[in-house]
Write a new protein. Sequence first.
Length: 97
Amino acid sequence: MFGPGTGSFFMVAFTVLLGQNILQAVCNSKLLNASCNLGALSVFVLSDSIIWHLALTMAACAIIGAQAGARCALHFGPRLIKPLLITVCCLMATKLL
């Protein structure tokens, strides 16, 4: 429904609007983004419009990327997450405009 970059926008919303620290915002945005993705998956499964080999490849890459990102977030903390978050949000906003 929201498109690419939703997780980054969720993180900004949790941080700015709800005043959460970065790691808490990352955890909450991951859960919210996962629920949005499950909702989208159910719509596409019901409409039988999934290209399974492509979808499974993308899912595997997403899992690997999420694991790498979570490990970096825990290891480097806010000094990596904050600039990366701002950069990604600005790039996605520019692309969507």
